[in-house]
Design a protein around this ligand. Structure first.
Ligand code: MD3
Ligand code: FE
Length: 226
């Protein structure tokens, strides 16, 4: 993709993806914005140790590492998966979502409340991938998911509403922002593979995906239930 959106544009225009509710903003984040997000992430990694999520029940480790920012973090462990206010690895609250990401949400989400979770996916080996799945653990399914790609390009796949439906793949490069909502909020999707060496942004290489989610319905005080 070569189209570039001017970086100060308050409500930038997405390009067509062929899927209703999926908006792609190629290169919405410029080099400087990408670098400062990586710096914020590196600072967080001083105190937060990324971990490999484990498959519920089987305990099989994923091929990526994860961590979270925000009031709620998404975790997958042998005893189940979902949102938690504390990092189960250290018992502490997750660090705050970086302000630049809150500002990005305001520009592209068109949703009346801020995100509560920023899941960080670290594709840190050439074999790192994410299988086809749906994001359906959020009560606020009317809110979009906003995805930021940093570092190596990946081959991303979007399917239908059942696992076996036909799917389409496209590439996500560093600085690309994807907004997934509306009629496509519950589509299957995944990351087939990353293309090692395609970016020099991340020290040591690899791809970082930042996924912003609204978890609770705005105005409800009921999550997590306890
Ligand atoms: C497509 N992350 O964390 S972007 C995830 O690049 C996740 O690391 C991928 O899927 C990554 O759950 C893909 C996020 C994404 C989120 C919701 C979607 C893509 C979506 C909903 C519908 C279609
Ligand atoms: Fe997902």
């Amino acid at each position: 993709m070569t189209q570039r959106v001017p970086k100060g544009d308050p409500y930038p225009k997405p390009v067509e993806t062929g899927f209703e509710g999926i908006a792609l903003y190629p290169g919405l984040l410029g080099e400087a914005a990408q670098a400062s997000l990586v710096t914020a992430l590196m600072a967080a990694l001083e105190t937060e140790r990324p971990y490999r999520p484990l498959m519920p029940r089987t305990g099989k480790p994923w091929s990526i590492h994860q961590m979270n920012f925000g009031e709620l973090g998404w975790v997958s462990r042998p005893d189940g998966y979902g949102y938690a206010a504390e990092n189960p690895a250290n018992g502490r609250k997750w660090p705050a979502i970086p302000p630049a990401l809150l500002a990005l949400w305001d520009r592209v989400a068109h949703y009346p409340a801020p995100p509560e979770c920023c899941l960080v996916n670290l594709y840190d080996t050439p074999k790192s991938r994410m299988g086809l799945h749906r994001d359906e653990d959020e009560a606020a399914l009317d809110a979009p998911v906003v995805s930021v790609s940093l570092g190596d390009t990946c081959v991303f796949r979007v399917g239908g509403f059942a696992r076996g439906d036909k799917s389409k793949s496209f590439r996500l490069a560093s600085g690309d922002v994807l907004v997934l909502g509306g009629a496509s909020r519950l589509r299957y999707h995944g990351v087939d593979r990353i293309i090692p060496g395609s970016s020099r942004l991340v020290p040591g290489g690899g791809r970082i995906n930042l996924t912003l989610r609204r978890v609770t319905k705005p105005g409800s005080q009921s999550f997590p239930s306890r």
